[in-house]
Design a protein around this ligand. Structure first.
Ligand SMILES: [Zn+2]
Length: 297
């Protein structure tokens, strides 16, 4: 996590840009899950809702299942440490949920019946999926009321949360007051939402605390609309939303230093990594990919 201290700012930055950054988030809420058997050292404050792994125990065989609740698409990675046991599938295992409610992940069987056996499993997941073919010709709407203008607090490849390697390289952050109506930038199906979080702040412990709406597009890419205000989700999982449809109310939940909307278009690479896409937005100046930090659109 990179804290935006003023000493980090390059000299050529204008005062306007620096002012815009006052509202900047540090990094968008991480989407990786910390709810494995052994809690990870961060992200304890929140876990993402929607997916759980359950174990059906037997004397000589156990089965691990993943169950979805109010979530249509996710990418999951499971690993199992085996002691005197064999797994039915190669591990670690990465899979996409693809709209299924319940999927058998792996069967674990005792190897030597005369000896004790055991296993320990860990898993991670993130909403979305891996199978996109990004259509570069689609122009996105700005994700708010056409009559409004908001300052870009962090652009593509921005120096804080959108650096190369962050998984958020092509994300855009707009500073905006909490409660601003968010509109779908492109049509699609809502595959995941969260609206019950009241937690947010600059610390990494807030990574999994963001409220959000995630929409799957026709080309298989996904849009994420992050940091929505508590109860700020206006759509349900499974809803089809047209471009421009109201989908949420902006806020400051999750890993964030001030009220803003984080938006990106992505596909998952696995449960830990995501690829984002640079997309053009329809602005008053025409179609623009490189929205400028510190400027209002
Ligand atoms: Zn961001």
């Amino acid at each position: 996590v990179h804290v935006p201290r003023s000493s980090r700012l390059p000299q050529r930055w204008t005062a306007g840009r620096v002012a815009a950054l006052a509202f900047l988030l540090l990094m968008p809420a991480g989407m990786s899950e910390a709810a494995d058997q052994d809690a990870l050292p961060y992200g304890r404050g929140c876990s993402l809702p929607g997916l759980s792994v359950v174990e059906a125990k037997g004397r000589d065989e156990s089965v691990l299942w993943v169950k979805a609740d109010g979530l249509l698409e996710a990418t999951l990675t499971l690993d199992v440490e085996l002691h005197n046991a064999v797994a039915s599938r190669a591990l670690p295992l990465t899979m996409d949920l693809l709209g299924r409610r319940s999927v058998e992940l792996v069967r674990i069987t005792r190897k030597d019946p005369s000896r004790a056996w055991s296993f320990r499993w860990q898993w991670r997941w993130r909403p979305g999926g891996r199978h996109a073919r990004h259509d570069p010709d689609v122009v996105y709407l700005l994700p708010y009321e056409p009559s409004s203008r908001f300052v870009v607090a962090q652009s593509r490849l921005g120096p804080f949360g959108h650096r190369p390697g962050s998984g958020f390289e092509n994300a855009i952050d707009w500073s905006m007051p909490e409660g601003t109506r968010i509109r779908a930038a492109r049509a699609g199906v809502v595959i995941a939402t969260r609206g019950d979080s009241r937690l947010g702040g600059p610390g990494r412990e807030f990574e999994n605390c963001s409220n959000y709406v995630i929409v799957r597009h026709q080309d298989g890419t996904f849009a994420s609309y992050m940091h929505l205000q508590p109860q700020g989700v206006l759509v349900g999982v499974g809803d089809y939303v047209q471009a421009g449809a109201p989908i949420g109310l902006s806020g400051n939940t999750g890993h964030s230093t001030g009220p803003h909307l984080h938006f990106d278009v992505f596909r998952n690479i696995d449960a830990d990594r995501r690829e984002t896409f640079a997309v053009p937005f329809a602005t008053s100046e025409g179609s623009v990919v490189d929205l400028q930090m510190g400027r209002a659109y």
